[in-house]
Design a protein around this ligand. Structure first.
Ligand code: ADP
Length: 220
């Protein structure tokens, strides 16, 4: 049974980003091999991940000895040492690991990582900065933007849309957004339907084009 088999992930670099990735993967049932050149970090996380080892990931021989070429997923969580980040990513690409995720500190770093074989590049600081910008100016409680200017946000129900069923609210035609989920104070999230009546203090999950969800979150 394919789905019951835990996924195995090698995480390279146990700084703030890499250790968060590793611990979250373990929390969700993955087997994690965690590597770092710094022995105190390896020691610190050795009890929490499946395997941890002190290793220089730029050395293909070292990675072979740890069976890294057998992994289907890898995360390169080396940030500031660009040379190590780029070399590690290219070694993993040489191993033909099917899914390589790499952290970049800048867009240029990210495009180099893609060139040497990363399948997914993440820019945590950059992305979080953008996200926070959306939160500080508006009434949004959370904001996630996808490609093509599409976003999902968590926001408070605008008073203007309150006290009538979503089906009669014209929210979709007026604002171009869809209310996907709703949370009443003290309750969990549920799917929104045409019959759902919004109240003040409700928290909404809203999807649509970034500009439209932004506009919707700004109405009161
Ligand atoms: P963060 O900002 O997430 O804390 P850092 O860049 O500070 O990221 O941390 C990256 C980690 O990667 C460090 O713990 C560092 O020791 C580790 N690292 C750097 N180069 C290598 C390498 N060649 N092999 C293995 N680990 C490495």
């Amino acid at each position: 049974n394919q789905s019951a088999r835990p996924s195995r992930v090698v995480v390279i670099g146990l700084g703030r980003f890499g250790s968060s990735v590793a611990l979250e993967l373990v929390e969700h049932g993955s087997e994690v091999l965690a590597l770092d050149t710094r022995s105190h970090l390896v020691q610190q996380f050795s009890e929490e991940v499946t395997h941890a080892a002190v290793a220089d990931s730029t050395d293909p021989e070292v990675l072979r000895q740890l069976d890294v070429p057998d992994f289907h997923r890898a995360v390169v969580a080396i940030g500031d040492d660009l040379e190590a980040s780029i070399l590690t990513t290219s070694v993993l690409a040489d191993f033909e690991i099917p899914s390589i995720w790499a952290k970049a500190v800048s867009r240029r770093h990210g495009s180099i990582l893609e060139r040497v074989g990363a399948h997914h590049v993440v820019l945590p600081e950059h992305d979080m900065g953008e996200r926070v910008a959306h939160l500080v100016t508006g009434r949004m409680l959370d904001y996630i933007e996808f490609e093509d200017d599409y976003a999902i946000v968590k926001t408070l129900a605008p008073a203007a849309a309150a006290e009538r069923p979503l089906g009669d609210s014209n929210i979709r035609s007026k604002y171009g957004v869809t209310v996907v989920g709703i949370k009443r104070p003290g309750q969990g999230f549920t799917y929104a339907t045409a019959e759902t009546v919004l109240h003040r203090g409700d928290i909404l999950i809203v999807s649509g084009r970034s500009r439209d969800v932004e506009r919707f979150a700004d109405i009161t």
